[in-house]
Design a protein around this ligand. Structure first.
Ligand SMILES: Cc1ncc(COP(=O)(O)O)c(C=O)c1O
Length: 492
């Protein structure tokens, strides 16, 4: 069969009808986002829907109308829920309609952003410049937009490892390591660091869990002692991770002390600011995170507290050539030329793991230009105030107990009642949480703090209003009373 006899392209046979469906998609999505508050914050995917979606491989296609209708009926109604004003689970952002449009436009352009002479490269460069300026990084620092905080952090610690070791890690790999490596971070550090140690071939034991103080910050003196002991025992410390917003309760480590400690032992200082770092954009909260500027590298998400749709995060590396010397490759099929499309072919590919990369910079560029960084920063400040409001509500209510200080935007608390053991209280609070989620009213998540099951409210939500928190606190108190009462009745 020659190419002329192949049936057709994958383009539509009727562009006008596709245009109409496209318009309908935009209308539906605008309506959907506008009315998000009216729907449950979350609902489970019903069995009937699961079985409708359990289809065989679709060898024969169907019309776009039909496919879209299935999406509208069976997929759109059952999201994670993080677009909702009362979604406070884990650390999830809301997204915006501008971000969603930008993703559509980027996908339509379908740019391959390894580098090349093209507009997407100009835009990613610009967005990285903005990030450097907003985070107080120098002009000659490098950066990359990646899929999320995990990837951004891993990118940075790979650079740290290669920069801090004296031999050619890229050639010899971990086989060249004579003293086992050690990386330090508080025990509250997110699990990305364990993945990083595993991926680097160092093993999880390479991560040294440093105890925390009463404010859930790394105990820097203890970290110093651990480094000294490790050195005496023949280990090779190479990096300290400082947290700007720990995942459990939003603690911000004492960054200036960590910087000094890193200097004392000539270690790389990396900041994981997955959500907290963007507080630098917020006029009132900026001072809480300003010391992060001193780090050798930092990683932060834009899909969390930057309110942009998944997936987008940024890694910044202070040393100008470090990222390129960790990841750069120049095979003949990717060589750059002075002219033609192949100018700087691997500009971004040389700063990270991915070669084929999408145009995720567009949603950052469009969101920042349309909303303005000041407005995004004000939304961050509003969330910090809302966390303080919920903290006050918890403190005022006798049956509620705060389980960790509120440093930024996370409130961990629980229902308490006299005469219940720790285990019983944990079970009561777990039940409260599940009932709230299943009711569709709101989605907090959970964590365990000093053995106590916590209802965890993480506020990276530009759609929440103060009343949402008043009602949530009331609901926890009411459900707690109900739960304790019904347990009492069951045990009577
Ligand atoms: C402090 C912290 N670091 C890293 C991550 C991982 O980020 P991502 O989920 O974008 O990979 C998270 C996720 O919540 C986080 O809270």
């Amino acid at each position: 069969m020659d190419s002329n006899s192949t049936p057709d392209t994958l383009d539509p046979s009727n562009w006008e009808s596709v245009r109409q469906i496209g318009h309908k998609m935009v209308d539906d999505i605008v309506d959907n986002m506008k009315s998000v508050r009216l729907r449950p914050a979350w609902q489970s995917v019903p069995d009937s829907v699961r079985s409708k979606l359990d289809e065989p491989v679709p060898f024969a296609g169907s019309s776009l109308e039909e496919v879209y209708q299935t999406f509208v009926e069976n997929i759109l109604p059952y999201p994670t829920g993080n677009a909702h004003p009362r979604f406070f689970g884990w650390v999830m952002g809301n997204g915006t309609i501008t971000g969603a449009f930008a993703d559509f436009l980027a996908s339509a352009m379908n740019s391959h952003v390894a580098g090349y002479d093209q507009s997407a490269t100009v835009i990613e460069d610009k967005v990285i410049d903005w990030m450097k300026e907003l985070m107080g990084y120098p002009d000659d620092a490098t950066g990359l937009l990646v899929s999320g905080g995990t990837m951004a952090n891993i990118n940075a610690v790979l650079v740290a490892r290669n920069e801090m070791l004296e031999f050619d890690v890229r050639t010899q790999g971990i086989q060249g390591i004579t003293e086992p490596l050690r990386i330090y971070g508080s025990q509250e550090t997110h699990s990305w660091v364990l993945k990083a140690c595993e991926l680097m071939g160092l093993g999880r034991d390479a991560f040294r869990n440093v105890p925390i103080n009463r404010d859930f910050q790394m105990d820097v003196d203890t970290c110093r002692g651990m480094i000294e002991t490790d050195l005496q025992e023949g280990y090779r410390p190479f990096c300290i991770v400082g947290n700007v917003g720990t995942v459990n309760c939003g603690a911000i480590d004492d960054l200036s002390s960590i910087r000094k400690l890193a200097n004392q032992f000539n270690l790389w200082f990396h900041v994981d600011g997955a959500f907290g770092s963007v507080a630098a954009w917020a006029p009132n909260s900026r001072k809480l995170v300003e010391e992060q500027e001193s780090a050798d590298s930092m990683a932060f998400d834009l899909h969390k507290w930057g309110y942009m749709p998944y997936e987008i995060a940024c890694v910044l590396i202070r040393r100008p050539s470090a990222q390129n010397s960790t990841f750069g490759y120049a095979p003949s099929y990717l060589l750059s030329s002075d002219r033609g499309i192949s100018v700087d072919t691997t500009r971004f590919a040389d700063r990270g793991v991915q070669l084929s990369r999408g145009f995720r910079a567009l949603k950052a560029w469009m969101s920042m230009k349309e909303q303005g960084v000041t407005r995004i920063g004000n939304a961050i400040d509003k969330n910090v105030l809302q966390a303080k409001r919920l903290e006050r509500l918890v403190e005022q209510e006798e049956c509620l107990e705060l389980l960790a200080p509120v440093a930024l935007n996370i409130v961990c608390f629980r229902y308490i009642a006299d005469g219940l053991s720790l285990q019983e209280l944990n079970a009561v609070n777990q039940e409260i949480l599940l009932k709230i989620q299943e009711s569709g009213f709101a989605v907090p998540s959970q964590t365990v703090i000093e053995g106590k099951f916590a209802v965890r409210v993480c506020i990276t939500n530009h759609r929440s209003n103060d009343q949402d928190f008043d009602e949530l606190a009331k609901m926890v108190a009411e459900l707690g009373a109900y739960e304790v009462q019904s347990r009492g009745a069951r045990n009577a």
